[in-house]
Design a protein around this ligand. Structure first.
Ligand SMILES: Cc1cc2nc3c(=O)[nH]c(=O)nc-3n(C[C@H](O)[C@H](O)[C@H](O)COP(=O)(O)O)c2cc1C
Length: 165
């Protein structure tokens, strides 16, 4: 199956997750390309689109929002999977994971998704404005890379099967 992976990433951690998902799908025999959403690759010639964004201030990045607005009609007819990468899911509380997944919903309202998930990403307190940093410190969050590559690979492996269903 021809799969387009598009991502919106400010500091690179989401882009690396997208590449990892791409590697797994390739290992499973799919024909995969990975692009940044800001390059606006057309989904026209692909069977499936996997789209992912880092979460900032509770929202998907503008690059991916604009991508979905631009290709709304084409995307509605594709097998579609969505993922978010957010900072402190490690401290979760399932509630936060669900909340982050919800942030993906406005991208493609009414379009059925093959899969949708949220992954823990990177926490870098130095990059946050002081009110957020204060809140994070109060919740005992610490800077670090919380990406769980096994979980990401396992999701991608499951996705590979679902895309074929
Ligand atoms: C200024 C700022 C705001 C953030 N806001 C959120 C947020 O609202 N919710 C969340 O779960 N993570 C938040 N994060 C964490 C990012 O989603 C996380 O660092 C992610 O891995 C960044 O991906 P990127 O490296 O692809 O840009 C924020 C990070 C920064 C620096």
């Amino acid at each position: 199956m021809k799969v387009l992976i598009v991502h919106a990433s400010r500091y690179g951690s989401t882009a690396e997750v997208a590449e990892q998902i791409g590697d797994v799908l390739r290992e499973r025999g799919h024909d995969v390309v990975v692009w940044a959403a800001r390059e606006t690759p057309s989904p026209r010639n692909y069977d499936a689109v996997v789209a992912g964004s880092a979460i900032y201030g509770g929202h998907v990045l503008g690059d991916l929002q604009r991508y979905f607005a631009k290709y709304k009609d084409e995307l509605a007819s594709k097998r579609l999977a969505l993922f978010a990468v957010a900072g402190n899911l490690h401290a979760d509380a399932d509630g936060h994971k669900r909340q982050v997944e919800e942030a993906l919903r406005p991208l493609a309202p009414g379009v059925p998704c093959v899969a949708r998930t949220a992954f823990a990403g990177v926490v870098d307190l130095r990059r946050m404005h002081w009110p957020t940093r204060l809140l994070m410190r109060l919740s005992k969050a610490e800077s670090g890379d919380y990406r769980k590559w096994n979980e990401i690979r396992s999701w991608a492996s499951d996705l590979s099967k679902r895309l074929e269903e």
